[in-house]
Design a protein around this ligand. Structure first.
Ligand SMILES: [Mg+2]
Length: 280
């Protein structure tokens, strides 16, 4: 498969951390790349395993780096939790949340009743996402609720996230504490589990050639493959060329950054359109 033929996608599920930005810094050329892809008719969804912000907050953060995106074009592990917990075969309507105020707002907006403090011991569901205010009482109430029969959900299993002064604990670290204290294993919705990919894909029903774009072989690439998507690795984040040397997960396409991907996609789309015109 030639590189150009290999990137003639009509929809991309784009990771944020390590693809569009790193920490507070927008990656060079990322916003122009998004525009170029859209100009060529490539539909985009943005996916993040970070449950600390709401979709509205992510839309604002994207606008801050020059990317226009609506709330409905964003899937976070928090919004994935909000979509899966209250489903018709769901597990109940009261929830104790270990997580940020934004995660709590997403879950409340989805129709769940949030139980605070010790009332949380009687919740039907415990939902866990990393937040900087995590403390012993939250851990205790979460564990007690699960031991009383609540179903345990986690936004993800990423142990850490990159920060300028070294990795900080992510949802996976806090979830491990809750699982240990509760003696239970959580249902996890973040990448590499298929739910976020499925939610994003269902928002692009008109697309037939979809790929996931990410910087992490374990979550984005392995997860995308399991979800039946083509996979594109960018080298602006977690995984490096050296990580590709082993016999681990291999993406379908490797590019330096989102800008290179946009150039390849544009060329492939232009070529395909010229071909279609000739055949018409
Ligand atoms: Mg990432």
């Amino acid at each position: 498969m030639s590189a150009e033929k290999g990137v003639d996608f009509d929809g991309l599920l784009v990771d944020l951390d390590g693809v569009v930005w790193v920490g507070d810094r927008a990656l060079p050329g990322a916003s122009e790349a998004v525009q170029e892809l859209r100009d060529r008719g490539v539909a985009l969804m943005f996916l993040t395993n970070d449950p600390t912000g709401s979709r509205t907050e992510y839309a604002a953060r994207l606008a801050g780096v020059g990317v226009v995106a609506t709330r409905s074009e964003i899937v976070t592990s928090g919004s994935a939790l909000a979509s899966v917990i209250p489903n018709p075969e769901g597990v109940g309507s009261t929830v104790f949340v270990v997580g940020s105020s934004s995660l709590k707002a997403e879950l409340a907006e989805a129709g769940l009743t949030l139980l605070d403090n010790d009332r949380g011991r009687d919740a039907d569901v415990v939902a866990v996402g990393a937040h900087s205010g995590f403390d012993y009482d939250e851990l205790r109430v979460a564990a007690q609720a699960v031991r009383r029969g609540a179903t345990l959900y986690g936004a993800g299993r990423d142990a850490t996230f990159p920060m300028p002064d070294g990795p900080w604990p992510a949802t996976g670290s806090i979830l491990a504490a809750v699982e240990t204290a509760a003696g239970a294993t959580a249902v996890v919705v973040g990448k590499p589990e298929p739910l976020m990919f499925d939610l994003a894909r269902s928002a692009l029903p008109h697309c037939s050639r979809l790929a996931t774009v990410g910087d992490d072989l374990r979550s984005d690439i392995a997860g995308g493959r399991r979800a039946g998507l083509a996979t594109i690795l960018v080298l602006t984040g977690t995984s490096t060329r050296r990580d590709l040397e082993g016999d681990g997960e291999q993406p379908d396409v490797v590019v330096e950054d989102l800008a290179e991907l946009a150039r390849l996609c544009a060329t492939a789309r232009d070529r395909q359109r010229a071909q279609d015109r000739r055949n018409a």
